[in-house]
Design a protein around this ligand. Structure first.
Ligand code: NDP
Length: 234
């Protein structure tokens, strides 16, 4: 049966690959965007995850058009890299607000319908650097590490209602976010990846659809790396 899915930041990059994978399975898929076009076959809802009112309005629209969200993929995220001494408080809190508090806003709103239905899947897109740390990314790594504690708390709070909560930690994926890295940094990264290449966005998507599937019904509170071996040891 087609399930109601929401992927935040599903208009491009990893989010779009995730949204497309659910749509290919026959699910009803909504994606948030902040003003861009939405690819055909997906329900586009305008929503900035840093604004609770926009989040509420987006969920109301999705509920009306495809039913309450049963699978939430919290994927929207930003970087604003610089070394600690140069990082302003605004740079730190802005990244936390989008990546971590944004996930809180959408998960809280989604949990309402999931609790009523006594079924739900919460999937948070974190990053390998949330576990390993990354020089120049203290804000981003803190936000991504925060998702682990957040998700595991939800796994404990909501497990009795058949709602699972899991985190995926991608390594480096070929998207606009990694395109902007300088070439020497890209080379350095690839040298540390046992599989010796970036991930394709579809390889992140297949881990997400697995966690949302019946085959993953007993998996909750997990942190699933999809990183070519980059983060091994955690
Ligand atoms: P992109 O930069 O390609 O896309 C980011 C997405 O997030 C866009 O859809 C963007 O929407 C959306 N977004 C950003 N801020 C907000 C906001 N405030 N409200 C709503 N939507 C927002 O990133 P990727 O596809 O590469 O990354 C997706 C996720 O995967 C992120 O959480 C990222 O941290 C994580 N990740 C990425 C890795 C990589 O190597 N690329 C590695 C590990 C994790 P809009 O189009 O409106 O800007």
């Amino acid at each position: 049966m087609a399930r109601s899915v929401l992927v935040t930041g599903g208009n491009r990059g990893i989010g779009l690959a995730i949204a497309s994978a659910f749509a290919e399975q026959g699910d009803k898929v909504a994606v948030t965007h902040r003003g861009s076009e939405t690819p055909p076959g997906l329900l586009g809802v305008k929503c900035d995850v840093t604004d609770a009112e926009q989040v509420d309005a987006a969920f109301a629209e999705i509920e009306e058009k495809q039913g309450p969200v049963e699978i939430l993929v919290s994927n929207a995220g930003i970087t604003d890299d610089t070394l600690l001494l140069r990082m302003s408080e605004e740079q730190f809190t802005r990244v936390l607000d989008a990546n971590l508090t944004g996930a809180f806003r959408v998960a809280k709103r989604a949990s309402r319908g999931m609790l009523r239905k006594r079924w739900g899947r919460l999937i948070f897109i974190s990053s390998v650097v949330g576990l390993s740390g990354s020089a120049g990314q203290a804000n981003y790594a803190a936000s991504k590490a925060g998702l682990v504690g957040f998700s595991r708390s939800l796994a404990r709070e909501l497990g009795s209602r058949n709602i699972t909560s899991n985190v995926i930690t991608p390594g480096f994926v070929a998207t606009e976010m990694t395109d902007v890295l300088p070439d020497d940094r890209k080379e350095q990264i690839l040298g540390q990846v046992p599989l010796g290449r970036y991930a394709d966005t579809a390889e992140i998507a297949s881990a997400v659809t697995f966690l949302a599937s019946d085959s993953a019904a007993y998996i909750t509170g997990a942190v699933l790396p999809v990183d070519g071996g980059l983060g091994m040891g955690h």
